[in-house]
Design a protein around this ligand. Structure first.
Ligand SMILES: *[C@@H]1O[C@H](CO)[C@@H](O)[C@H](O)[C@H]1NC(C)=O
Ligand SMILES: *[C@@H]1O[C@H](CO)[C@@H](O)[C@H](O)[C@H]1NC(C)=O
Ligand SMILES: *[C@@H]1O[C@H](CO)[C@@H](O)[C@H](O)[C@H]1NC(C)=O
Ligand SMILES: *[C@@H]1O[C@H](CO)[C@@H](O)[C@H](O)[C@H]1NC(C)=O
Length: 758
């Protein structure tokens, strides 16, 4: 045989062949496409121990739709289907049930509902409004089997007092249909609500109830709201209450139903008109909200909005999530925009739009010299001229233009919560928690230049369902999310997942900083920790994690912390894993600071596959490059069983530990011995190899005559039979025709494998 002449024993050749075969079989892994926009740096699947969530649930309860935090932040009130709960959230871990009161729809209403609706799954009391009314009472409204109802609920030491039979009509405060969106906010003892006001869901209303002031409503006849208006948020300001909603736009001529996002506004001191607009708003105005980015479809469907509590010195802003009405390639896109309250106020101080009744077109109304200014909070109930004007001038001419902070395709954001986190640098960093339509949570941080990056993504619910609500409890350091099955508590951050200073700093989570003394990435609590390390501005560990004098440098930090020693076993494939800590980093392997030996190594799914041969021993490092900074994630020293390699003097003094890595043996007498199987591919390889071996065996054992006969049949198959074209004959050859099949397995095995593999 010629093999010894090549200087290779048959087994190592077989090993090499096996290795190459394996590389061919391992289909290239395409990077998971996260769509356009920032990628979450780390992703946790449901149940990941690194981001342990606590889950409250109770048998028989479902649809935990409404959340309300008590003033002292120790209790979370939850509106579930036909019940209201008080949860004690003082301690970390699973919220504890303080008490629970049932609030089912009456049997009469349920049977009426079942008669009118074919779908009885909706004939329950779904809680839709839950607000704190005064020190001793909550106020709650529910769909009450398609017959909205409201009630006061007494409190005693944060416990709920069972509802007496005093239940009030809740039309205009809660929707009839649990599938309809609604919003409500309590201001100065009055409830401002936006919802559907009828059974069919064709009459939206914006209403004020409770308290001493008169009940006020939008006028349905004057079409202040389009019949499909869907309310997502109500936010009070000093003089006015803002409502955020989506509706079909009537001011644009468009070939299809065009959705648009709106902000509407009513004055808190509105008392309705005396002669005109009796019991109606006299200060209702609305404007278009615009959230767009060049090159993207407009994000025209608002999903949720929140005000950042204004203890910051700057202008208060409203943050809102939008999706697009249109899809690109089957996926939706989302955006988060910030709206300055000043911009919103200015639009409401500007020109109005007017409907030309003859042409049904909206035009700018230019000469508005009426005083007091229509729609302003100084309008009295009896200025008939102003009220007449208000009847058809409720749409503002200018749009409120938002600043996009985050645009992400392939994701549909449904909810958000925002807060500011003081960093070590003394700046407040804006943190946004974004819930998606598939039950994930994105923690986004807005950097100095106004763009957001995603620190992490957490899959909250094991089964995908939209995040219905998010409630931040800042003093508890947690976020709560309700789902169909229960309430989830999500700690703001788990800094200990970042195990090194480099990882801790690269994460750029304002809640985490590196404590060099204890060598732990810690939750920032008090902002006076000068020795702790964080670089929110640039995320540069070269600066933040330097021991010596600090200078911003991007020089790779090549000295590893620890070296893992691996013993190479002849004729076996070593798998050297490399944990991918960050989705934002790029990873590459180096061998003793140089390129990898090509013939005997390959990178698959981040791991280095190595077939140890002469000269492949030495240092292997998986190097991550993120944010312009390179660092070794893991360093291996591969030792040969036969000859010990001299240690690189540069690596002296670094602690070493011997580790076992996944190993696949080839050869050694038996045909193939797979010690540990890491890929299902190996099964295929084994089968194929057995095929090759048995084929070779047949060739070796068969007489020269037999071999000749086989060759003759191959030729017979190859030449086209008379009257047939060549391609057909090949197919015929592959058919289970006895003669042809034997010849293929005899001599064509190698090339056939080649085509299957490729
Ligand atoms: C935080 O991460 C550490 C390290 O991965 C883990 O051991 C711990 O359980 C996590 N804690 C929480 C609350 O998720
Ligand atoms: C009933 O309504 C629920 C919730 O809206 C929906 O998931 C379900 O498919 C509906 N069932 C029928 C029979 O229409
Ligand atoms: C709170 O409101 C309820 C319902 O109107 C009322 O009965 C109760 O007296 C009020 N409590 C206080 C402390 O004002
Ligand atoms: C790739 O590696 C990761 C962890 O390193 C593992 O969870 C995953 O299953 C691997 N994928 C394949 C296709 O081997």
């Amino acid at each position: 045989m010629a093999l010894p002449a090549l200087g290779l024993d048959p087994w190592s050749l077989l090993g090499l062949f096996f290795f190459q075969l394996l590389l061919l079989l391992l289909s290239p892994l395409t990077a998971e496409s996260g769509g356009q926009g920032p990628m979450p740096r780390v992703k946790y699947y449901a149940g990941d121990g690194r981001r342990a969530l606590s889950f409250f649930h109770k048998k028989g309860l479902q649809d935990f739709d409404t959340l309300l935090l008590s003033g002292d932040e120790n209790t979370l009130y939850v509106g579930a289907r036909e019940a209201i709960l008080a949860l004690n959230i003082e301690d970390p871990g699973v919220p504890k049930l303080r008490n629970m009161i049932p609030w089912p729809a009456s049997d009469k209403k349920k049977s009426e509902c079942a008669f009118k609706k074919s779908n009885e799954t909706q004939c329950f009391n779904f809680i839709r409004v839950l607000v704190s009314f005064n020190a001793t009472h909550l106020y709650a409204c529910g769909t009450f089997a398609f017959s909205p109802a409201c009630t006061f609920i007494g409190l005693q030491d944060s416990n709920l007092i069972p509802i007496s039979d005093k239940v009030m009509e809740g039309k205009g405060q809660s929707p009839f249909d649990p599938a309809h969106k609604n919003t409500a906010v309590l201001v100065d003892g009055m409830l401002y609500s936006g919802t559907m006001n009828n059974f069919l869901g064709s009459e939206p209303i914006l209403m004020r109830t409770l308290g001493s002031q008169p009940v006020l409503k939008t006028d349905t006849f004057l079409r202040w709201l389009h019949p499909d208006a869907s309310f997502v948020a109500a936010i009070p300001s000093t003089e006015v209450v803002y409502f955020f909603f989506e509706e079909t736009a009537s001011e644009f001529e468009f070939f299809e139903k065009l959705h648009t996002s709106r902000v509407a506004r009513v004055c808190k001191n509105d008392v309705g008109g005396e002669k005109l607009l009796q019991k109606k708003w006299t200060t209702f105005l609305k404007a278009q909200l615009l959230c767009t980015q060049p090159g993207q479809l407009p994000f025209n469907v608002i999903r949720h909005a929140v005000l950042l509590p204004a203890d910051s010195p700057s202008v208060p802003h409203i943050y809102a999530v939008f999706t697009s009405q249109w899809q690109v390639g089957g996926t939706r896109s989302s955006a988060v925009c910030a709206f300055s309250l000043v911009d919103i106020e200015n639009v409401f101080k500007g020109k109005y739009k007017e409907l030309n009744k003859e042409t049904s077109r909206w035009t700018t109304y230019s000469d508005s010299e009426i005083t007091p200014r229509p729609g302003s909070c100084s309008v009295g109930p009896s200025s008939d001229k102003v009220l007449t004007f208000m009847k058809d001038h409720f749409l503002m001419d200018k749009q409120v233009v938002g600043t996009p902070l985050l645009v992400k395709s392939g994701v549909e954001y449904t909810q958000l919560a925002v807060e500011t986190a003081p960093g070590l640098d003394g700046h407040d960093h804006l943190v946004m928690y974004l819930g998606t339509s598939t039950g994930s949570l994105h923690k986004a941080v807005v950097s100095g230049d106004g763009d957001a990056y995603l620190v992490e993504e957490i899959q909250l619910f094991p089964d995908p369902e939209p995040v219905r609500n998010l409630q931040l409890a800042p003093t508890q350091g947690a976020l709560f999310a309700g789902s169909s099955g229960g309430v989830w508590r999500v700690p703001r951050a788990n800094c200990s997942v970042y195990e090194s200073c480099v990882d801790c700093v690269l994460a750029r989570d304002p809640h985490c900083a590196w404590d060099p003394e204890s060598q732990i990435c810690r939750l920032l609590s008090a902002p006076n920790l000068n020795s702790w390390k964080q670089d929110m501005e640039r995320g540069n560990p070269g600066w933040a994690c330097a021991n010596g004098p600090m200078g911003r440098s991007h020089r790779p930090q090549s000295r590893p912390q620890i070296i893992k020693e691996v013993l190479a076993v002849p004729n076996s494939i070593l798998e050297l894993p490399c944990p991918h800590l960050s989705a934002l980093a790029s990873y590459h392997w180096s061998h003793s600071q140089a390129a990898l030996p090509e013939a005997s190594s390959a990178v698959y799914n981040g791991s280095l596959l190595l077939l140890p041969r002469d000269g492949v021993g030495g240092l292997y490092q998986c190097v991550a490059t993120e944010n312009g900074f390179s660092y070794p994630v893991v360093s291996y020293w591969v030792d040969s069983e036969e000859q010990a390699l001299a240690l690189d003097p540069e690596l002296a003094g670094i602690p070493r530990e011997r580790v076992e890595v996944p190993l696949t043996r080839v050869g050694g007498g038996a045909a193939v011995a797979v010690q540990r199987s890491y890929w299902p591919h190996f099964l295929v390889v084994t089968v194929l190899l057995a095929l090759v071996l048995s084929g070779a065996l047949i060739v070796l054992l068969a007489s020269p005559l037999g071999a000749l006969r086989a060759r003759g049949k191959v030729q017979g198959c190859g030449s086209p039979p008379p009257g047939e074209k060549a391609p057909l004959s090949r197919e015929q050859c592959l058919q289970p025709h006895k003669d042809c099949r034997t010849s293929v397995s005899d001599t064509d095995a190698d090339s056939r494998l080649g085509t299957e593999v490729a």
